[in-house]
Design a protein around this ligand. Structure first.
Ligand code: KG4
Ligand code: ZN
Length: 349
């Protein structure tokens, strides 16, 4: 089964052709990073307009690179939630048009399911082993940060064990990079600068770091960085030291809680997903803590961590194999279909 996947939930316009075993035939991503960079964050209206401009050529390119025509694919999968509604609508309307014109089944995919299953994508060259169900997955991106127990590759078989009460981990990377004048997106720059810094020179503490709770909070650490910079001559603050301290605090909490979740749930496999899973320090810490507990830690290749349409095509292929499909009423919506337990902004920290 070959599926064309379409992704427009945020600031990447993506199209990919993938089979039901996860083999990626093509995966085209047009990034809008330079478009939003001057604003230090994503401007929703600009995102929608840019998706509308680029989606058709991106889809054509994905089909061409896979060596297929639209008539050859067995279905069309599109991200319809969660994300920026205007941006999602561009993908959903395009997918409907293509499915109608080529008479193909259409399935909507929850973007978070795509991230959770991205570790199953096969991109060739020494593919890593596949996780076995049930596994525990940390999904950390610019918009979401949560730990899930995944019993099967279906939204109904995914349970949230704990999530951030406020900012997503990627959002914290982006905001701290902005404070340090490092531009957008912040994750890759901080990842690059942190190894040159000394984390012990700056005292930063990630809130809610106790392993007893799997809930998290990342907005306070950004405030600590702002206070640190305000209290010192920013020129002498040692940007690399701040990066190292911030990255150590955030990845420490993420890795600790993920491994605690795996132990609590009594699973053997631990998975990372989402843009922040590209972080080298997070990968290193998770691998180290996991190995000490005898757990298998599985991390997708970088291209599968950040937003892409291959993960959407794959999650869609699994839905199509189950005989599921959506009709023309498929709508874009900002909320995920996954169960949410952590109350945003709620509770005692
Ligand atoms: O999954 P993704 O591409 O988009 C969303 O669904 O949000 O994640 C983007 C986020 C951004 O916040 C970006 O700063 C962060 O992932 N990110 C990283 C790294 N690469 C991307 N964070 C830390 N270290 C990285 N290497
Ligand atoms: Zn994402």
């Amino acid at each position: 089964m070959l599926v064309l996947g379409i992704e427009t939930s945020c600031d990447e316009t993506g199209a990919a052709v993938v089979d039901e075993r996860g083999h990626v035939r093509s995966d085209v991503v047009h990034s809008q990073v330079s478009l939003h960079a001057p604003y230090g964050g994503i401007v929703p209206e600009l995102a929608s307009r840019d998706h509308a401009k680029n989606l058709a050529p991106v889809v054509r390119d994905a089909l061409r690179r896979a060596g297929v025509e639209l008539a050859d694919v067995d279905g069309i999968a599109v991200t319809n939630r969660p994300g920026l509604v205007g941006a999602l609508m561009v993908g959903v309307q395009a997918a409907k048009g293509l499915a109608w014109a080529a008479d193909k089944p259409l399935v909507g995919v929850d973007h978070l399911m795509g991230h959770l299953l991205s570790v199953f994508l096969r991109r060739g060259e020494g593919d890593a082993p596949l996780p076995r169900f049930p596994f525990v997955c940390l999904l950390a991106s610019g918009g979401h940060t949560a730990i899930y127990r995944v019993d099967a590759p279906r939204a109904g078989a995914v349970a949230e064990l704990g999530a951030t009460r406020d900012d997503a981990a990627g959002e914290a990377f982006d905001k701290v990079a902005k404070l340090l004048g490092l531009g957008y997106p912040g994750g890759p720059v901080i990842d690059k600068l942190a190894p040159n810094g000394d984390a012990s020179r700056v005292r930063l503490v990630a809130p809610m770091s106790s392993r007893a709770s799997l809930e998290m909070s990342f907005s306070g650490i950004k405030t600590q960085v702002a206070a640190y910079l305000a209290a010192r001559d920013a020129g002498r603050a040692g940007i690399a030291d701040v990066c190292a301290a911030f990255q150590a605090a955030v990845t420490g909490v993420l890795a600790d809680k993920l491994i605690a979740a795996a132990v609590r749930e009594n699973v053997d496999d631990v998975v990372l997903g989402g843009g922040v899973a590209a972080n080298r320090e997070l990968r290193r810490r998770t691998a180290e803590l996991g190995a000490a507990r005898g757990l298998r830690v599985l991390v997708p290749p970088l291209a599968s961590c950040t937003d892409n349409a291959a993960m959407i095509a794959y999650a869609g292929a699994l839905r199509l194999l189950e005989g599921e499909r959506d009709d023309w009423s498929l709508a874009a919506t900002s909320r995920t279909s996954l169960e949410r337990r952590t109350r945003k902004g709620g509770g005692k920290r």
